[in-house]
Design a protein around this ligand. Structure first.
Ligand SMILES: Nc1nc2c(ncn2[C@@H]2O[C@H](COP(=O)(O)OP(=O)(O)OP(=O)(O)O)[C@@H](O)[C@H]2O)c(=O)[nH]1
Ligand SMILES: [Mg+2]
Length: 208
């Protein structure tokens, strides 16, 4: 499996696959070719269903990202998730029509404390950090291997969410860093890179 917390060129393909809220994508990866629409007519696309789990500390924006991605809405109100909330969304890639079953899981600073059932059968992990709180990404180099151990077959995308809350200068600094190792910066608030992150995860899963 790809080293999950590094930016790879495969992200660049996913980074521009969907027009929409984040059409002006600012993915970390340098997107060279715009793939605007899937290659095959929808009736020729292979159908699949994949379990995606959203993980990360409390309040980093997991539920907000799901709300933005599935329902195109955002609320500034914080309602902490208890347990897990499941939602669904169809994602179209050039070859597949993927039904993503999204498990929006309660926040936890220590992912190893979560029930094994959350991880069971997961094909993809969206690991969410909050760029305004370093405590949510400080331990990434320890956390990611733990996730791989718990879910060895899952593809992982790491995002630094709430990019709308930090200035451009700070964003540039974060982009230049090897660490913390975000694949994308995103904002559930504005929608920036939300579609991109899920598209990239879909493609990573299909390529695994
Ligand atoms: N400005 C801004 N606020 C955000 C963003 N994403 C989430 N928030 C806010 O952050 C707070 C927490 O968001 P949630 O989506 O509930 O976070 P969560 O990770 O699901 O939290 P838990 O369920 O407790 O783990 C809410 O007040 C959201 O409105 C973002 O991209 N930008
Ligand atoms: Mg939540």
């Amino acid at each position: 499996m790809d080293t999950p917390h590094r930016i790879s060129t495969s992200h660049a393909v996913g980074a521009v696959a969907h027009a929409g809220a984040d059409a002006k994508s600012t993915s970390f990866a340098t997107a060279k070719k715009a793939v605007q629409r899937p290659g095959a007519p929808s009736d020729q696309l292979l159908k699949c269903t994949k379990k995606i789990i959203l993980l990360g500390h409390f309040g980093v924006g997991k539920s907000s990202l799901v709300q933005r991605f599935v329902h195109s809405v955002f609320s500034a109100e914080y309602q902490s998730t208890i347990g897990v909330k499941v939602d669904k969304k169809l994602v179209v890639t050039p070859t597949h029509e993927m039904k993503m079953v999204l498990w929006d899981i309660e926040g936890a600073p220590d992912q190893t404390s979560l029930p094994r059932s959350y991880f069971a059968g997961a094909h993809g992990i969206l690991y969410v950090c909050d760029v305004t709180r370093s405590s949510t990404y400080r331990d990434l180099s320890k956390t990611l291997p733990e996730l791989v151990q718990k879910s060895p077959r899952a593809s992982i995308v790491v995002i630094g969410n709430k990019m709308d809350l930090v200035g451009e200068e700070q964003l540039e600094e974060m982009r230049a860093l090897e660490n913390p190792g975000f694949d994308f910066l995103s904002s559930a608030g504005t929608g920036e890179n939300v579609e991109t992150a899920f598209q990239t995860l879909a493609r990573k899963i299909l390529a695994a």
